[in-house]
Ligand binder design. Structure first.
Ligand SMILES: [Zn+2]
Length: 259
């Protein structure tokens, strides 16, 4: 599932390929993907350009002067820029046609992705009750978020109104690196541990962005290559354990992450 590093990768791809291109038409091939009326989308986009883009958590907000197109990538979303002479990519749900003969396809295999519109970034963040962006937040913003919340660490990191952008895989990595048990209450962490957690959130996401969200080539010392049954902890050799919290499965080292 696309988490913050993947969405940041989509943002950079969109910036590189599609910014400033004049949009001639928007084709919606499956309107179940829309979280707005199709007419709002064409009014927002036709004859305009993607002026700039901003990522907040797992959302990509694209400015159209005025108004924003909002893309969420759900479980399996993707973007592809391609020549009109080619066939549209499989599972394209919305296609943006540009005057230069190229198109940008918003792709989603499943129906969970959502395409919507917003008047402003601030209004959208408030409407969705999103916390500060996990990659851009300051230490003070993070400390404040921790103080306001009583929740187990795993759930806190997954809660998009606590901090926005972290999902199941990176939350396990962040807790592993900080040596925090996923069931520890976030409120009970020492000031030093909160700082360490903040640093590790940034570092894990930074590394994920560098890897463009590709999980297949992570070094051995990360938890990511060991998120499966019968794996050993790369630090202490204990068995990696699968756990379930609120219907979500995760992995941790019971010895390194004992409290
Ligand atoms: Zn261990």
């Amino acid at each position: 599932m696309p988490e913050l590093p993947e969405v940041e990768t989509f943002k950079r791809y969109l910036d590189k390929t599609s910014l400033k291109q004049l949009i001639t038409e928007v084709k919606v091939t499956d309107d179940r993907i829309l979280n707005t009326e199709e007419i709002n989308l064409s009014q927002l986009l036709n004859g305009k350009r993607f002026e700039s883009s901003t990522r907040h958590g797992k959302y990509l907000l694209i400015y159209l002067k005025p108004g924003y197109l909002v893309l969420h990538f759900g479980m399996s979303g993707d973007l592809e820029y391609y020549d009109t002479k080619e066939e549209p990519p499989k599972f394209s749900k919305v296609i943006f046609h540009f005057t230069n003969g190229f198109n940008l396809a918003y792709i989603s295999i499943r129906m969970f992705g959502k395409v919507s519109v917003a008047n402003s970034i601030e209004e959208f963040i408030e409407y969705k009750k999103l916390g500060p962006d996990a990659y851009k937040m300051t230490l003070e913003e993070f400390q404040e978020a921790v103080q306001r919340r009583s929740a187990i660490a795993k759930n806190a990191l997954l809660n998009q109104s606590f901090i926005a952008g972290v999902g199941n895989i990176y939350s396990d990595e962040i807790l592993f690196r900080t040596k925090i048990n996923p069931k520890t209450n976030i409120n009970s962490l020492s000031e030093g541990k909160v700082k360490e957690l903040y640093t590790n959130i940034k570092e894990v996401l930074e590394f994920g962005i560098k890897k463009k969200g590709d999980l297949s080539t992570y070094p051995n010392e990360f938890l990511i290559p060991h998120r499966k049954k019968e794996e050993q902890c790369p630090i202490c050799n204990s068995d990696i354990t699968r756990f379930e919290i609120s219907g979500r499965h995760g992995f941790f080292c019971p010895s390194c992450q004992s409290n």
